[in-house]
Design a protein around this ligand. Structure first.
Ligand code: SF4
Length: 89
């Protein structure tokens, strides 16, 4: 079981700039209604990591590095979000 912090999106402030989708497409998606939401990868982070980084996650240090990298990507989204509407839970 892996732990990754989860961001929240204050959708009423979203200006649909798509920066989150561009910077972090595995975790931020635009739904069919045209709104941004977190992808299902957050609900099943274990499966996501195994599917994407199969070999690397056997090593604890690499696993931590991968998770840190994912969190850094999300920090980039938080920093660049035009609506200032993404934050950590
Ligand atoms: S970066 Fe922020 S404002 Fe832009 S689409 Fe994503 S949530 Fe909306």
């Amino acid at each position: 079981m892996y732990n990754i912090k989860k961001p929240i999106i204050e959708i009423s402030d979203c200006v649909l700039c798509d920066i989150c989708v561009d910077l972090c497409p595995d975790f931020f998606i635009k739904n069919q209604a045209g709104y941004i939401e977190l992808s299902e990868n957050f609900e099943n982070i274990d499966k996501y990591l195994i599917d994407k980084y199969l070999d690397d996650i056997k090593d604890e240090d690499k696993k931590r590095e991968i998770i840190k990298r994912l969190e850094d990507d999300i920090n980039e989204v938080i920093k660049n979000c035009r609506g200032d509407c993404v934050s950590w839970e």
